[in-house]
Design a binder for this molecule. Structure first.
Ligand code: CAA
Length: 378
């Protein structure tokens, strides 16, 4: 449950209506085809959903983190791919704010407010969990950098208007030789590679992004040379709490579908929801989902208050991702044979839920982050 003021409740009602009537319905088909839902995304952009995290000082609506969490949950309940597109677009603004580049943050914010998209290009074929093992290089040439390399599994890779790109400016320094850059769509040398044909979140766009002698101005460097890894890690620390909320949205939808089904499905002369076996399953699904929701909101509240939140964000993302899969499996079990059928929505929810254990750091990586926060790195 969310504690929201009247203004936030009104905003939530508008977003909920759009998500339920349009996103949820249309994404059933786009999940099958894997096509980009052009009109639906255009409408979402007009409604400002691409920019819900943009702070007021950059022209955003400046809503609280708890309020945007409530909006994200509605998006994820309707379709996790839609949520992913929006959440990662907003994520891409964070490195610019973290890196103190108000000028570039303003440019990016204007793009998001105008309904555009951002992408965060950290991952590479040999640098997934081992994020510091970037092979992309950025070589300084006068007042420019020249980038060469390939990123993979990039959310919004094929549709982004701007990209945050990590690259090695000095390989000999290891993680301290990684830098972060701001790159706009259309930069010569930037191209979009293979698009992934994914198991779930099929309404989001995931591609390789390739740099071939791509020249960008030296002013595109975010922070100083060597700051890239820390900026990326700080970005992920912030963003993982939002991913927790995304997973909660999927889990909540599973509960909603399972409850509706269990009230109308008759066996042995009564709705299956009258059986304690089903009631206790629903109760356990609710315990897990509400716990994950509150953990994610707690991590966001810590951010709001300027308190440390890295461990809490990792717990939120990890726990919520794990329970979303468990809850989706339970929803399938409650629907029985129908749950296993593509005619009913819960098999999609399981496919969508799985990604939350993988992206923005696998749940094994979250456990590494959590154990290091508890035990220290030794
Ligand atoms: N904040 C600030 N600094 C940090 C940090 C953090 N959270 N984590 C690490 N650092 C700093 C360390 O302090 C260290 O610097 P010093 O030597 O000055 O102290 C430096 O960075 C190196 O740190 P580590 O030695 O801990 O680095 P590591 O190589 O062991 O890796 C890791 C740590 C946590 C495993 C990291 O590699 C990681 O998070 N991997 C997962 C990557 C990931 O989440 N990828 C997701 C891609 S984005 C995505 O999915 C978005 C999307 O499109 C959906």
């Amino acid at each position: 449950m969310y504690i929201l003021d009247d203004e936030a409740k009104d905003l939530l009602a508008t977003v909920k209506e759009f998500c339920e009537k349009e996103v949820k319905e249309q994404c059933k088909e786009f999940d099958v085809s894997g096509e980009w839902a052009e009109e639906m995304y255009a409408k979402a952009g007009e409604m400002g959903l691409n920019a819900i995290e943009v702070p007021e000082e950059y022209g955003g609506i400046g809503i609280s983190k708890i309020t945007y969490a409530a909006l994200y949950e509605e998006m994820a309940k309707a379709d996790a791919g839609f949520f992913t597109t929006m959440a990662v677009t907003n994520l891409a603004l964070k490195p610019l704010i973290i890196g103190g580049r108000k000028d570039l943050a303003q440019k990016a914010a204007d793009i998001l407010i105008g309904g555009g998209y951002g992408a965060f290009c950290l991952t590479e074929p040999m640098a997934g969990s081992d994020a510091s093992n970037n092979k992309t290089v950025a070589v300084k040439d006068g007042d420019e950098y020249v980038l060469n390399g390939r990123k993979c599994f990039i959310t919004n890779g094929g549709i982004a208007d701007f990209y945050i790109v990590t690259a090695m400016t000095d390989k000999s320094k290891g993680v301290k030789g990684m830098s972060a850059f701001y790159v706009e769509k259309g930069t010569p040398g930037l191209s979009v590679g293979n698009e992934e044909n994914k198991m779930g979140i099929r309404t989001s766009n995931t591609t390789d992004v390739v740099f071939e002698d791509m020249r960008i101005p030296a002013s595109a460097l975010i922070g100083n040379e060597g700051d890239g890894f820390k900026i990326a890690m700080q970005t992920l620390d912030m963003a993982r709490a939002v991913m927790g909320i995304g997973a909660v949205g999927v889990a909540q939808r599973c509960i909603d579908e399972a409850v509706a089904y269990s009230k109308q499905r008759i066996t042995f002369g009564q709705p299956i929801g009258k059986f304690q076996a089903i009631q206790f399953m629903i109760a356990d699904m609710e315990i897990k989902t509400e716990t994950a929701r509150q953990m994610s909101l707690h991590a966001l509240q810590l951010q709001e208050e300027g308190l440390p939140y890295g461990k809490e964000s990792a717990i939120a993302k990890c726990y919520a991702g794990d329970i979303a899969v468990e809850v989706a499996l339970d929803a399938i079990q409650i629907l029985g044979g129908y749950g296993y059928s593509r005619e009913y929505p819960v098999e999609k929810l399981l496919r969508d839920a799985k990604i939350f254990q993988i992206y923005e750091g696998t749940n094994q990586i979250q456990r590494t982050v959590i154990s290091r926060a508890v035990m220290g790195k030794f």
